[in-house]
Design a protein around this ligand. Structure first.
Ligand code: PEP
Length: 249
């Protein structure tokens, strides 16, 4: 089964209401590329306003708590995201794993909570530079996948984002061969859990310094089904060409 390309913007901790015009421009332009699924994950504060500005758009969170509710000051539950109209959530981003000490078990619990709340999940994995340089990247990432995957999952609502940490926000990108090898290995690992048929339908995104110039090459690599984009997703002028590159493949 052909997998639809999926291009997702992670706005991180960027964006005030004045930025909603960019989101509107992105979702408007995306209509010209119906073969590509496009989503934006703004800060929690902008999810509702973004949906009001772009009704029907795919808008999601960048994280959620694994509990349904309770005394977790500052946190947001998956059901709260769904309640305001979000349809997806990113879990396990390296900035959460590194900056907030999130383990594979934490990420697994968040992914399970998100699926239970009816959200789609983008589960991030990726190796640090020293692991890449030592030649252990594939083993490292596959261990993250194994440790972070929900116990049970609906393959149609779970995507993996391979994001080498050293490529995020640095302008550095792996070779296309390295990306293809990693994505192929992730798909094989997914097959061990979901069966090769279901794994063949799951989308594996690449993330890390994707831009208008390198998008076609990266999105064209074997087993790459889209992109998770940080910096270049903040403006229509930078993000729409990435969507268009996905459409051209
Ligand atoms: C990200 O944070 O998910 C990311 C890929 O960032 P950037 O595109 O800026 O490297």
């Amino acid at each position: 089964m052909a997998r639809r390309k999926y291009v997702v913007g992670n706005w991180k901790m960027n964006g005030l209401t004045a930025a909603l015009g960019e989101a509107q421009a992105i979702f408007d332009a995306a209509k010209a590329h119906p073969a590509v699924d496009v989503a934006l994950c703004p800060p929690f504060t902008l999810i509702g306003p973004m949906l009001a500005a772009a009704p029907g758009a795919a808008v999601g969170g960048q994280d959620c708590h694994s509990a349904v509710s309770g005394a977790y000051t500052g946190s947001v539950a998956a059901a709260m995201l769904a309640d305001i109209g979000a349809t997806l959530v990113i879990v396990g981003h390296s900035e959460r794993r590194e900056g907030f000490g999130e383990s594979d078990a934490d990420v697994k619990a968040k992914a399970e909570a998100a699926l239970a709340a009816g959200l789609s999940v983008i589960l991030c994995v990726g190796e640090p530079r020293e692991v890449r340089e030592s030649g252990g990247a594939i083993d490292y990432v596959l261990a993250q996948v194994a440790g972070s995957l929900p116990a049970d999952f609906d393959a149609s609502r779970l995507a993996i984002a391979y994001e080498p940490i050293w490529a995020i926000g640095t302008g550095l990108v792996p070779t296309v061969d390295d990306v293809a090898a990693m994505h192929g290995a992730i798909r094989a690992k997914l097959g061990e859990r979901a069966g090769s048929g279901a794994a063949g339908t799951m989308r594996i995104l690449y993330g890390g310094s994707v831009n208008a110039e390198n998008a076609a090459e990266l999105l064209g690599a074997g087993d790459v089904d889209g992109a998770l984009v940080g910096g270049a997703s903040l403006t229509a002028v930078k993000f729409v060409p990435i969507i268009a590159a996905g459409a051209g493949l």
